[in-house]
Design a protein around this ligand. Structure first.
Ligand SMILES: [Zn+2]
Length: 308
Protein backbone atom coordinates (compact mmCIF):
# COMPACT_ATOMS: atom_id res chain seq x y z
CA UNK A 1 0.00 0.00 0.00
CA UNK A 2 1.47 3.41 -0.89
CA UNK A 3 2.29 5.47 2.15
CA UNK A 4 3.20 9.04 1.10
CA UNK A 5 4.01 10.07 4.65
CA UNK A 6 6.64 7.40 5.24
CA UNK A 7 7.99 7.97 1.72
CA UNK A 8 8.45 11.65 2.57
CA UNK A 9 10.20 10.77 5.84
CA UNK A 10 12.56 8.48 3.93
CA UNK A 11 13.16 11.26 1.43
CA UNK A 12 14.09 13.66 4.26
CA UNK A 13 16.38 11.03 5.78
CA UNK A 14 18.20 10.89 2.46
CA UNK A 15 18.58 14.67 2.54
CA UNK A 16 20.06 14.47 6.04
CA UNK A 17 22.51 11.79 4.88
CA UNK A 18 23.55 13.85 1.87
CA UNK A 19 24.07 16.89 4.09
CA UNK A 20 26.10 14.74 6.48
CA UNK A 21 28.38 13.73 3.61
CA UNK A 22 28.86 17.38 2.63
CA UNK A 23 29.68 18.20 6.28
CA UNK A 24 32.17 15.34 6.53
CA UNK A 25 33.92 16.48 3.37
CA UNK A 26 34.16 20.05 4.71
CA UNK A 27 35.67 18.92 8.00
CA UNK A 28 38.09 16.49 6.37
CA UNK A 29 41.74 17.53 6.49
CA UNK A 30 41.95 17.75 2.69
CA UNK A 31 38.86 19.94 2.33
CA UNK A 32 39.37 23.06 0.18
CA UNK A 33 38.84 25.33 3.19
CA UNK A 34 41.44 23.59 5.35
CA UNK A 35 43.85 23.41 2.42
CA UNK A 36 43.53 27.15 1.78
CA UNK A 37 44.17 27.85 5.46
CA UNK A 38 47.25 25.66 5.51
CA UNK A 39 48.56 27.61 2.53
CA UNK A 40 47.91 31.03 4.10
CA UNK A 41 49.46 29.97 7.40
CA UNK A 42 52.61 28.85 5.54
CA UNK A 43 52.83 32.15 3.66
CA UNK A 44 52.24 34.24 6.79
CA UNK A 45 55.22 32.82 8.63
CA UNK A 46 57.58 35.74 9.14
CA UNK A 47 55.74 37.74 6.47
CA UNK A 48 56.01 41.52 6.23
CA UNK A 49 52.89 43.66 5.77
CA UNK A 50 52.91 43.46 1.99
CA UNK A 51 53.46 39.68 1.93
CA UNK A 52 50.76 39.23 4.56
CA UNK A 53 48.32 41.35 2.56
CA UNK A 54 49.00 39.22 -0.53
CA UNK A 55 48.54 35.94 1.32
CA UNK A 56 45.34 37.14 2.99
CA UNK A 57 43.82 38.40 -0.22
CA UNK A 58 44.58 35.04 -1.84
CA UNK A 59 42.74 33.34 1.03
CA UNK A 60 39.75 35.65 0.55
CA UNK A 61 39.73 35.03 -3.20
CA UNK A 62 39.73 31.26 -2.69
CA UNK A 63 36.91 31.54 -0.14
CA UNK A 64 34.84 33.65 -2.52
CA UNK A 65 34.84 30.65 -4.85
CA UNK A 66 34.74 27.75 -2.39
CA UNK A 67 32.00 29.02 -0.06
CA UNK A 68 29.36 29.76 -2.75
CA UNK A 69 30.24 26.41 -4.33
CA UNK A 70 29.60 24.51 -1.11
CA UNK A 71 26.41 26.43 -0.33
CA UNK A 72 25.03 25.75 -3.80
CA UNK A 73 25.46 22.02 -3.16
CA UNK A 74 23.19 22.29 -0.11
CA UNK A 75 20.54 24.14 -2.14
CA UNK A 76 20.62 21.29 -4.65
CA UNK A 77 20.19 18.78 -1.85
CA UNK A 78 17.04 20.64 -0.69
CA UNK A 79 15.68 20.99 -4.22
CA UNK A 80 16.23 17.28 -4.88
CA UNK A 81 14.17 16.56 -1.79
CA UNK A 82 11.39 18.87 -3.05
CA UNK A 83 11.45 17.07 -6.37
CA UNK A 84 11.19 13.64 -4.73
CA UNK A 85 8.38 14.76 -2.44
CA UNK A 86 6.30 16.38 -5.18
CA UNK A 87 6.70 13.16 -7.18
CA UNK A 88 5.47 11.15 -4.17
CA UNK A 89 2.26 13.21 -4.25
CA UNK A 90 2.07 13.41 -8.04
CA UNK A 91 2.34 17.21 -7.93
CA UNK A 92 4.79 17.81 -10.77
CA UNK A 93 8.07 19.68 -10.71
CA UNK A 94 9.41 21.98 -7.97
CA UNK A 95 8.84 25.71 -8.15
CA UNK A 96 11.84 27.46 -9.75
CA UNK A 97 14.04 28.85 -6.97
CA UNK A 98 16.14 31.91 -7.92
CA UNK A 99 19.90 31.29 -7.48
CA UNK A 100 20.12 34.58 -5.55
CA UNK A 101 18.48 32.77 -2.63
CA UNK A 102 21.95 31.92 -1.30
CA UNK A 103 23.48 35.40 -1.48
CA UNK A 104 22.80 36.47 2.15
CA UNK A 105 24.29 33.19 3.37
CA UNK A 106 27.38 33.63 1.17
CA UNK A 107 27.88 37.16 2.53
CA UNK A 108 27.46 36.00 6.12
CA UNK A 109 29.85 33.06 5.73
CA UNK A 110 32.46 35.27 4.05
CA UNK A 111 32.29 37.63 7.03
CA UNK A 112 33.79 34.89 9.20
CA UNK A 113 36.81 34.98 6.87
CA UNK A 114 37.13 38.77 6.68
CA UNK A 115 36.96 39.14 10.47
CA UNK A 116 40.06 36.95 10.63
CA UNK A 117 41.91 38.59 7.75
CA UNK A 118 41.23 42.10 9.10
CA UNK A 119 42.63 41.06 12.46
CA UNK A 120 45.60 39.31 10.90
CA UNK A 121 46.58 42.36 8.88
CA UNK A 122 46.29 44.64 11.92
CA UNK A 123 48.41 42.25 13.98
CA UNK A 124 51.04 42.20 11.25
CA UNK A 125 51.06 45.99 10.91
CA UNK A 126 51.51 46.30 14.65
CA UNK A 127 54.27 43.67 14.57
CA UNK A 128 52.56 41.62 17.23
CA UNK A 129 54.25 38.43 16.07
CA UNK A 130 53.23 35.25 14.29
CA UNK A 131 51.90 33.76 17.53
CA UNK A 132 48.82 35.96 17.25
CA UNK A 133 48.19 35.48 13.56
CA UNK A 134 49.11 31.87 12.85
CA UNK A 135 49.64 30.54 16.35
CA UNK A 136 52.43 28.32 17.57
CA UNK A 137 52.92 24.60 18.17
CA UNK A 138 50.26 24.37 20.83
CA UNK A 139 47.71 27.05 19.96
CA UNK A 140 46.02 28.37 16.87
CA UNK A 141 46.16 32.05 15.98
CA UNK A 142 43.34 34.19 14.59
CA UNK A 143 43.63 32.51 11.18
CA UNK A 144 41.79 29.24 11.57
CA UNK A 145 39.44 27.24 9.40
CA UNK A 146 37.06 25.83 12.03
CA UNK A 147 34.83 28.93 12.51
CA UNK A 148 34.51 29.20 8.73
CA UNK A 149 33.59 25.54 8.32
CA UNK A 150 31.14 25.88 11.22
CA UNK A 151 29.47 28.85 9.52
CA UNK A 152 29.27 27.05 6.19
CA UNK A 153 27.65 23.96 7.74
CA UNK A 154 25.17 26.22 9.57
CA UNK A 155 24.12 27.82 6.29
CA UNK A 156 24.04 24.47 4.50
CA UNK A 157 21.44 23.11 6.90
CA UNK A 158 19.43 26.35 6.64
CA UNK A 159 19.65 26.59 2.87
CA UNK A 160 18.68 23.02 2.19
CA UNK A 161 15.44 23.44 4.13
CA UNK A 162 14.87 26.93 2.69
CA UNK A 163 15.36 25.61 -0.85
CA UNK A 164 13.14 22.62 -0.10
CA UNK A 165 10.37 24.90 1.21
CA UNK A 166 10.71 27.28 -1.75
CA UNK A 167 10.74 24.36 -4.19
CA UNK A 168 7.49 22.98 -2.74
CA UNK A 169 5.89 26.46 -2.82
CA UNK A 170 2.14 26.15 -2.17
CA UNK A 171 1.82 22.96 -4.19
CA UNK A 172 0.90 20.90 -1.13
CA UNK A 173 -2.20 23.04 -0.42
CA UNK A 174 -3.25 22.91 3.23
CA UNK A 175 -0.03 21.49 4.58
CA UNK A 176 1.82 20.61 7.74
CA UNK A 177 5.56 20.57 8.44
CA UNK A 178 7.30 17.79 10.33
CA UNK A 179 10.82 17.67 11.77
CA UNK A 180 12.89 14.66 10.69
CA UNK A 181 16.17 14.02 12.47
CA UNK A 182 18.70 11.36 11.59
CA UNK A 183 18.44 9.03 14.55
CA UNK A 184 21.83 7.69 15.57
CA UNK A 185 24.30 7.95 18.43
CA UNK A 186 25.21 11.52 17.30
CA UNK A 187 21.65 12.87 17.50
CA UNK A 188 21.34 15.58 20.14
CA UNK A 189 18.69 15.45 22.85
CA UNK A 190 17.03 18.46 21.16
CA UNK A 191 16.64 16.63 17.88
CA UNK A 192 15.58 13.36 19.51
CA UNK A 193 12.85 15.39 21.23
CA UNK A 194 11.71 17.25 18.11
CA UNK A 195 11.86 14.25 15.73
CA UNK A 196 8.32 13.73 14.41
CA UNK A 197 6.95 17.03 15.73
CA UNK A 198 4.26 18.46 13.40
CA UNK A 199 3.53 22.19 13.05
CA UNK A 200 1.47 24.34 10.69
CA UNK A 201 3.04 26.05 7.68
CA UNK A 202 4.09 29.24 9.53
CA UNK A 203 4.24 27.75 13.00
CA UNK A 204 7.50 27.31 14.89
CA UNK A 205 8.84 24.02 16.20
CA UNK A 206 8.95 23.89 19.96
CA UNK A 207 12.34 22.76 21.17
CA UNK A 208 13.29 21.12 24.45
CA UNK A 209 16.57 19.53 25.53
CA UNK A 210 20.09 20.68 24.76
CA UNK A 211 21.82 22.07 22.83
CA UNK A 212 19.42 24.52 21.20
CA UNK A 213 19.61 28.05 19.81
CA UNK A 214 16.12 28.98 21.04
CA UNK A 215 12.91 27.49 22.41
CA UNK A 216 10.79 28.06 19.32
CA UNK A 217 12.26 28.02 15.84
CA UNK A 218 10.78 28.10 12.36
CA UNK A 219 13.36 25.75 10.79
CA UNK A 220 16.62 23.90 11.40
CA UNK A 221 19.46 24.19 12.23
CA UNK A 222 18.28 24.03 15.82
CA UNK A 223 21.83 24.01 17.21
CA UNK A 224 25.43 23.99 16.00
CA UNK A 225 26.11 21.09 13.67
CA UNK A 226 22.39 20.28 13.40
CA UNK A 227 21.47 17.92 10.56
CA UNK A 228 17.70 17.84 11.12
CA UNK A 229 15.46 18.58 8.16
CA UNK A 230 11.76 19.10 7.60
CA UNK A 231 9.09 17.60 5.40
CA UNK A 232 6.01 19.36 4.08
CA UNK A 233 2.96 17.18 3.75
CA UNK A 234 -0.65 17.82 2.71
CA UNK A 235 -2.68 17.69 5.92
CA UNK A 236 -4.82 14.81 4.67
CA UNK A 237 -1.71 12.67 4.04
CA UNK A 238 -0.57 12.68 7.66
CA UNK A 239 -0.33 9.16 9.01
CA UNK A 240 -0.39 8.95 12.80
CA UNK A 241 1.27 5.54 12.72
CA UNK A 242 4.28 6.99 10.93
CA UNK A 243 4.63 9.78 13.50
CA UNK A 244 4.19 7.34 16.36
CA UNK A 245 6.94 5.10 15.06
CA UNK A 246 9.23 8.13 14.61
CA UNK A 247 8.65 9.07 18.23
CA UNK A 248 9.27 5.50 19.35
CA UNK A 249 12.54 5.38 17.40
CA UNK A 250 13.74 8.64 19.02
CA UNK A 251 12.77 7.52 22.52
CA UNK A 252 14.56 4.18 22.07
CA UNK A 253 17.69 5.97 20.86
CA UNK A 254 17.52 8.32 23.85
CA UNK A 255 17.69 5.34 26.21
CA UNK A 256 20.96 4.09 24.70
CA UNK A 257 24.17 5.23 26.39
CA UNK A 258 25.76 8.21 24.62
CA UNK A 259 29.20 7.55 23.19
CA UNK A 260 30.29 10.92 24.53
CA UNK A 261 33.44 9.21 25.66
CA UNK A 262 34.79 8.59 22.16
CA UNK A 263 37.80 10.57 23.28
CA UNK A 264 40.16 7.77 22.31
CA UNK A 265 39.25 8.35 18.68
CA UNK A 266 39.44 12.10 18.93
CA UNK A 267 42.31 14.28 18.01
CA UNK A 268 43.08 17.61 19.52
CA UNK A 269 43.00 20.99 17.99
CA UNK A 270 44.01 24.15 19.70
CA UNK A 271 41.72 27.11 19.23
CA UNK A 272 42.74 29.83 21.66
CA UNK A 273 41.51 27.42 24.24
CA UNK A 274 42.17 23.85 23.33
CA UNK A 275 39.23 22.18 21.77
CA UNK A 276 38.78 18.48 21.54
CA UNK A 277 37.41 17.95 18.09
CA UNK A 278 35.96 14.76 16.84
CA UNK A 279 36.88 13.47 13.42
CA UNK A 280 33.60 14.47 11.82
CA UNK A 281 33.39 17.84 13.51
CA UNK A 282 30.00 17.35 15.13
CA UNK A 283 30.16 20.44 17.29
CA UNK A 284 27.82 19.42 20.03
CA UNK A 285 30.33 16.85 21.20
CA UNK A 286 33.14 19.30 21.65
CA UNK A 287 34.63 19.82 25.05
CA UNK A 288 36.66 22.92 25.71
CA UNK A 289 39.83 22.79 27.75
CA UNK A 290 42.47 25.37 28.54
CA UNK A 291 45.47 23.38 27.32
CA UNK A 292 46.32 20.26 25.39
CA UNK A 293 47.36 18.62 28.63
CA UNK A 294 43.90 19.26 30.06
CA UNK A 295 42.34 17.91 26.89
CA UNK A 296 44.30 14.70 27.31
CA UNK A 297 43.40 14.47 30.99
CA UNK A 298 39.78 15.14 30.03
CA UNK A 299 39.90 12.40 27.41
CA UNK A 300 41.38 9.99 29.92
CA UNK A 301 38.66 10.89 32.40
CA UNK A 302 35.93 10.41 29.79
CA UNK A 303 37.31 6.99 29.01
CA UNK A 304 37.45 6.11 32.69
CA UNK A 305 33.84 7.24 33.18
CA UNK A 306 32.83 5.21 30.20
CA UNK A 307 34.38 2.05 31.60
CA UNK A 308 32.86 2.55 35.02
ZN1 LIG B 1 20.00 18.69 15.40
Amino acid sequence: MPDPHSDAVRSATRTVEELGKLFDRLWASRSPIRTAYRAVIRSMKGANVRQAADALSTLEAVMRVVIPDELRKSVDVGLDQAKRDLTIHGLGDPVIVPPTIIQPAIDAALTTVSIQTDRAIALTQLEMGDEYTIGDDSRQGVLRPTPVIGAVTFWMTSLSSIAYTAGIGDKMGNSRRQAVAQIDSDTTQTCLNVHGQIVKAQEKFHLTGTPRYADDMIRPPFHRGCRTQIIILPEDQLDEDVTRSMRREAIEQGKKPKPSAMAGKAHYRVVGHTVQEFRNGRWHKFKTYATIREARLGAAKLNRDRRS
